[in-house]
Design a binder for this molecule. Sequence first.
Ligand code: 1GP
Length: 249
Amino acid sequence: MKTYSYLLDVIEKKGAAYLILIDPDKISGERLTIFISACEKAGVDGFLIGGSLLMDGNLETTITSIKKNCKLPAIIFPGAVHQLYQQADAVLFISLISGRNAEHIIGKHIIAAPIIKRMELEPISTGYMLIESGTKTTAEYISGSLPIPRNKPEIAVATALAGQYLGMKFIYLEGGSGAQLSVPKEMVSAVSKAVDVPVIVGGGIRTPQEAFEKIENGAKVVVTGNFFEDKKNWDLLKEFADAIHKNGV
Ligand code: 1GP
């Protein structure tokens, strides 16, 4: 099954999907292998791999390790055109529709498209929206784009609808990795009610309760990253997965 269909299937059966973002700069080697197995065992539904800025981390090695050690999909979450790798299952083909920087709306995509085709990667078109989250995030800085003010759900709704009408398969509300504040529930709710495509929420989610709050307000995919960079939090993986899947059949 292709990754997009797989995700829709998970959403239908489990109520929502739980994706973990792996930043190749932060984890590798045996620790990564153990983490991947722990995620699969806890009920995580897939991995996103990438970041706005990669320093020493190796995207390829991370993806190879995921493919070798579990059955979950490895989905590239590219911060740049060079973050593409044939062995991945899919790539979130993200257009930064909340910004006004043409490079991140369409420019980089034109460079990436033939590479994606050649690699036979499955592109999943995603309307990506940065939401103000307390402090400036790496994604905002690197992309040179303003986030949507967190107290303006109507701007988020209009942007998400435009994304849907442009044909995006997912709308991604992004607080930014390590965000001080996650996307407000009022905004998650307003956007989820307005669009017909599944809404992904990520950035700054640090408790299972907060993850469930996004689901309760209509999100269909929750992403966490930073929180599990600390090994002592790994015991909470199942609690997160269970909270996110609470509305499943
Ligand atoms: C994915 O960027 C997020 O949308 C991940 O954010 O690292 O804050 O969980 P955290």
